[in-house]
Design a protein around this ligand. Structure first.
Ligand code: COA
Length: 432
């Protein structure tokens, strides 16, 4: 038995013992999405009566955790979160979840300047012979928190892929370990709809061979990957690594050979998808997960030649302001890396930012292109940072355009049922 195995054994505790480490008023940071310590979060509500005012710092919750979805947990826990998911949306009205406005690349730095974490807990892959775990599915803020927290607890799971990059945590850095054998959470990909296919084709036509791309979270960016298969020498520098990217490597469209930084590598901050993706990233030297503070830094993104960012929005006004994270005042998701990547892409030589969205929502009853954003809507991406807007009706070019030109471009790609209304309102409001 190696010295590392000895140390591992000494630090091994049960899940129940890990839960006992939680104290009132603690700030506990947990891994993002697939790297959440799911076993711990699933049982956290059990100690609800023993603690008060515990902040669980999360991002993109994957499970339906009672510590936040159960109204009786108010006062015991607050889910302080950088990105809402369907679960957090459900918890919001219980007063057990509250959003932290952020740009991903600054999220850990800013929160850490406000509050020192008492604990970090996240899921990692099993220890190697040198005593290292890999952060596996996410390094958005995890390494920053591991370096800052008073106590590090790891949920070790041999089913998790071992991922390269700035992801190695040594046993000597860790205070406690508990083991889990649960399966890795998956985000199924949905087959592209007819609208996705049209949008995907428009975007593919904008992207030159040799470009480095970022694909954001959501159905449309995933569908776009389908239409990039005929491209040559693409590279990937992204926040989220997805199943669609695996297909692009396998078909030869992505080879990362023309990248101007991290040549031959796909660089990201987290991976979320299906088993196909997890098998692909496992021990794959092509994949590097680096800290969000680095990967998503617009200055770093801009060092890529022909960098193209592709993200999605919920609502866009006729001047180009994008609300991508709320429906009116209601928090829906988060800014995440949308502004980071869009600003970064514009810093790049030959680069640009794309926002893709369906022209309507709610079964064609409302237009997503609007004269003014809804009351309370959060501006996730400033109009200054939007180069192209793509809907199923075409491509609106906003780059360098006046408000008058933007209004014309955006009405052109709006749904035909709303074009007259948009023109009339633009006139009445004297938008230009
Ligand atoms: N008003 C009201 N509802 C709207 C709407 C609008 N203007 N626009 C869309 N919706 C509804 C849709 O109809 C859909 O509802 P449904 O589920 O009942 O059909 C819902 O809002 C959005 O669908 P969802 O499947 O959740 O969207 P998605 O997974 O494609 O994600 C975003 C889209 C915009 C929420 C997501 O891309 C996001 O959060 N972006 C911001 C962060 C980001 O871009 N990060 C980039 C780096 S990863």
């Amino acid at each position: 038995m190696t010295e590392f195995n000895e140390e591992y054994k000494k630090k091994l505790i049960s899940l129940e013992e890990a839960l006992e480490k939680v104290e009132s008023n603690y700030e506990i940071c947990v891994g993002l999405a697939g790297a959440e310590p799911t076993d711990f979060l699933n049982k956290l509500h059990i100690i609800g009566d023993n603690v008060e005012n515990v902040s669980i710092l999360t991002c993109l919750n994957m499970g339906d955790y009672k510590f936040t979805s159960d109204k009786s947990m108010e006062g015991s826990f607050v889910n302080s979160t950088w990105f809402y998911s369907a679960l957090t949306r459900k918890s919001h009205d219980n007063h057990t979840a509250s959003f932290i406005p952020n740009h991903l690349h600054l999220s850990s730095k800013k929160r850490l300047s406000y509050k020192k974490p008492d604990m970090y807990i996240g899921t990692v892959s099993k220890m190697d012979k040198h005593g290292y775990f890999s952060l596996s599915l996410s390094n958005c803020y995890e390494m920053d928190y591991i370096e800052a927290a008073d106590r590090i607890v790891l949920e070790v799971n041999e089913n998790y892929p071992r991922v390269h990059g700035d992801t190695a945590v040594h046993i000597s850095q860790v205070d406690f370990i508990y083991e889990s054998k649960r399966s890795v959470p998956e985000l199924p990909t949905r087959a592209p709809s007819a609208k996705d296919k049209v949008i995907g084709k428009y975007i593919a036509d904008l992207i030159p061979d040799g470009a480095t791309i970022q694909l954001g979270i959501g159905g449309i960016p995933n569908a776009v990957a389908e239409f990039l298969k005929d491209k040559k020498d693409l590279g990937i520098h992204t926040e989220m690594i997805t199943d669609g990217m695996v297909d692009l490597v396998e078909c030869g469209a992505v080879n990362n050979r023309k990248k101007t930084i991290h040549r031959n590598k796909i660089v990201g901050t987290f991976a979320l998808g299906t088993k196909k993706l997890y098998d692909f990233i496992d021990d794959n030297p092509m994949i590097e997960l680096r800290r969000g503070s680095y990967t998503n830094d617009p200055y770093i993104i801009g060092k890529n030649y022909k960098m193209v960012s592709i993200n999605t929005s919920l609502q866009i006004d006729l001047t180009g302001q994008c609300c991508s994270e709320s429906i009116g005042i209601k928090q829906y998701s988060g800014t995440g890396g949308q502004a980071d990547t869009a600003i970064g892409a514009q810093n790049s030589e030959g680069g640009f930012s794309v926002i893709a969205l369906y022209s309507t929502a709610k079964k064609n009853t409302i237009s997503t292109i609007v004269p003014m954003l809804s009351e309370g809507a959060a501006v996730s991406l400033q109009r200054n940072d939007v180069d192209y807007v793509v809907t199923e009706y075409g491509v609106a070019e906003l780059r360098g355009r006046t408000i008058k030109e933007r209004v014309e471009e955006l009405i052109k790609v709006s749904h035909p049922n709303f074009r007259e209304w948009l023109s009339k309102r633009a006139e009445e409001l004297k938008i230009w």
